[in-house]
Design a binder for this molecule. Sequence first.
Ligand SMILES: Cc1cc2nc3c(=O)[nH]c(=O)nc-3n(C[C@H](O)[C@H](O)[C@H](O)COP(=O)(O)OP(=O)(O)OC[C@H]3O[C@@H](n4cnc5c(N)ncnc54)[C@H](O)[C@@H]3O)c2cc1C
Length: 254
Amino acid sequence: MIEQPRMVKICDIWDESPSVKTFFFKFDLHFDPGQFVMVWIPLLDEKPFTISYIRNDLMGVSVLKRGMFTNALHNKKIGDMIGIRGPYGKGFGLQTNPDFCVVGGGIGMASLATVVDRLNDATIIQGARTASEILYQKRFKDMNLCTDDGTTGFKGTTVDLFRKLLTRRRFQKVYACGPEKMLYKVVELCRNHGIECEVSLDRYIKCGFGVCGQCDCSGQRVCVDGPVFNIKELSKMKDFGKVTILKTGARVVY
Ligand SMILES: Cc1cc2nc3c(=O)[nH]c(=O)nc-3n(C[C@H](O)[C@H](O)[C@H](O)COP(=O)(O)OP(=O)(O)OC[C@H]3O[C@@H](n4cnc5c(N)ncnc54)[C@H](O)[C@@H]3O)c2cc1C
C-alpha cells in the first residue's frame, strides 16, 4: 500500500458512456476487487475511486462526471499527471466455485467489474437510467440489463430484475454495489432467500485510512472496515440504508 500520493501519468483514457471515462495509469501494487484508491488532483482535492480494470501493468478507474472533482478529472488528457495512494479498504471475498450473481446499479458496476474478471460465469445484472449509460458492454457479454426508461433490457430497477431472476434461478452468493437504497433491498432479498451477500458501500470518505470518522456507518469505518461488508455485518449496522453522514458531518435520514 502507498500511504503518500504517488504521481502517475495517465497512459490511456476510454469513453465508457457519455458521462463515464476510464483513466489508466501504471501502478504495480497488489489489490483485491472492491478496494479503492484515493485520486489526488493537486490544489483541488482527493477522492475515492474503485479500481475497475487491471490491464497488464495498468490499473484503471472508471469515473462518473458529477461535480467539481470528477469534472476536473474528465478534463485530463493522456500524459497528464494525477496522484494515487492506496489501495485501501477490504475488498470482496471471492470464492472459487459458487453460482454467483453481481448486481450493479449505475457507477456501482465499476466496483464489480474486477469481480467479474476474476470469477468465471458470473450472472451479471446491470441497471442504469438509460441505454447510453450502460457500462462495459463490449467487456462483458450476456449481461441482464435494466433501465429506468426501458430503452434497453428490462424496464425497471436492478432490484425488480434481481427479484424476477430469483423466481427461476438459485444463487449461492451475490456481490452488489450501487445506491444504498438499492443495496438495502438486495440484502433483504438475499436474506429472505438464504443467499450469502456482500455489498460495497459508497459513503463520504475523507482520509481513506480510518482516522477522521467521516465515513462511519454504525461504528464501522467504511474506508478500513469496508467498503465491502457481508450480510452478517450489515445486520448489525443500523444506519445501513437509513442514515448517512454528509461532508459537513451532519447525519441525515435517506
Ligand atoms: C469506496 C468508494 C469507491 C468509489 N468508487 C467510485 C468509482 O469507481 N467511480 C466513481 O465515479 N465514483 C466512485 N465513488 C464516488 C466518488 O468518490 C464521488 O463521485 C466523487 O468523489 C465525486 O466528487 P465531485 O467533486 O465530482 O462531486 P461532488 O459534487 O462533491 O459530489 C457528488 C456526489 O459524490 C459524492 N461524493 C463527493 N465526495 C465524495 C467522497 N469524498 N467520498 C464519497 N463520495 C463522495 C457526494 O456525496 C455526492 O453524492 C466512490 C466512493 C466510494 C466511497
